[in-house]
Design a binder for this molecule. Structure first.
Ligand SMILES: [Zn+2]
Length: 379
């Protein structure tokens, strides 16, 4: 079997596990067995029903850790799939199946890359880790976040973290991420006094109160962003008010908003700014917050450059360094590792019906990952 077929075979094995989030299948066990043939040692960390695995080859520094998840999102309406989502199926130049891009494909590429790299270079200093969770697509509470919060990783243990999420846009390596924005959601209720629209002096219209407050929210300039992040943005996602009839001033209005924020501010400063406007308005209000992710940013250029150079040498393209997109487990790893970069397959079909990966892209990513391993471990 040539090495191209090997990564495809590996991916087809991983796709067969129906590891819909949280992953309770034997997918991690399969990876464990595969890696043990290359002398990796594996330990499991289970929190509630979520299983996480850490497989390690070698010892000490430098340490490169690959971060990923074996869980996948549900298939959705199975009738709409052209083939069984849990059986890798070739269609023209593509391989179709749930998790092909997000992110069993990335995991298969890294597994194949380390196997070949260790076969070709049996004696090098340092260590390679695969840190995989079964809980990224769901609540993401007992996955990478828990590993980090439970101090599973020692200080300075991890030199470089390679998050294998699908960072690429059209071609492998055209985009890598060195950070992500933070995200905080507010649920605001403004209270008025309900009454008849014909007797407004006896009521207090919360919708009217909200109009001034919303316009002040929209005028907030949280920051100007920086070299890596666009300015922090405020977006209203829901507004609800009214009793459903035309002659009643409602008692309250509910407003939900989300703020994606850069490293130029933080969630406390954002809350203070919003609360300040509310307090100055003299409106009666209640507000609850959900802080779903801190921003993170890798500014040190060593690992970013290793990734960029590895991509350029293999795929002959220039890489865009970006902090766009939603949140990822990179934000947790950034607490224990100074250099976190996300580099993986393309994200054009992730979470969709007929999720797929271009067959040739798998081999390209194996070569890029191998090149990264060489640059770190073979001086
Ligand atoms: Zn993912």
């Amino acid at each position: 079997m040539n090495s191209n077929n090997k990564v495809v075979k590996l991916l087809s094995e991983l796709i067969q596990f129906q590891s819909v989030t949280p992953d309770t299948s034997d997918c991690q066990k399969y990876i464990h067995n595969y890696l043990s043939k290359s002398n990796f040692e594996t330990e499991y960390k289970k929190y509630d029903s979520v299983q996480n695995m850490i497989s390690t080859y070698g010892k000490g520094a430098p340490c490169l850790a690959f971060i990923g998840h074996t869980d996948v999102v549900p298939s959705g309406d199975i009738e709409q799939w052209e083939s069984d989502p849990f059986e890798l199926t070739k269609k023209n130049d593509f391989l179709v199946g749930r998790g092909t891009s997000d992110m069993k494909g990335g995991i298969a590429c890294f597994m194949q890359a380390v196997r070949e790299f260790i076969e070709e270079n049996d004696n090098f200093d340092g260590s390679i880790k695969l840190i995989l969770t079964g809980d990224e697509e769901g609540d993401a509470v007992n996955g990478i976040r828990k590993l980090v919060d439970s101090n599973v990783f020692k200080e300075n243990e991890l030199d470089f973290c390679l998050v294998g999420e699908p960072s690429s846009s059209d071609k492998i390596g055209d985009v890598i991420r060195n950070g992500r924005r933070g995200s905080i959601t507010g649920h605001l209720i403004l209270h008025g006094i309900q009454g008849h629209v014909a007797y407004p002096e006896k009521a207090k219209n919360p919708i009217h109160i909200s109009s001034k407050i919303i316009s002040e929210f929209l005028d907030i300039k949280f920051d100007n962003g920086n070299k890596y992040f666009p300015p922090t943005s405020f977006q209203i996602s829901n507004i609800n008010s009214g009793t459903g009839v035309d002659n009643v001033i409602p008692a309250n209005i509910k407003i939900a908003f989300n703020i994606r924020y850069s490293t130029e501010t933080d969630h406390d400063e954002i809350k203070d700014t919003i609360i300040n406007i509310l307090d100055n308005s003299n409106a009666k209000y209640d507000i609850t917050w959900k802080h779903s992710g801190e921003p993170y940013l890798t500014t040190d250029h060593e690992f970013i450059d290793i990734c960029k150079d590895s991509i350029e040498e293999i795929a002959d393209i220039k890489t865009l360094i970006s902090t766009n997109g939603g949140t990822s487990d990179g934000r947790f790893m950034a607490k224990v590792c100074k250099q976190v970069v996300e580099l993986g397959l393309t994200n054009r079909s992730i979470h969709k019906i007929n999720e797929c990966v271009k067959e040739d892209d798998l081999r390209t990513l194996v070569e890029i990952y191998k090149n990264i391993l060489s640059k770190i471990f073979i001086k």
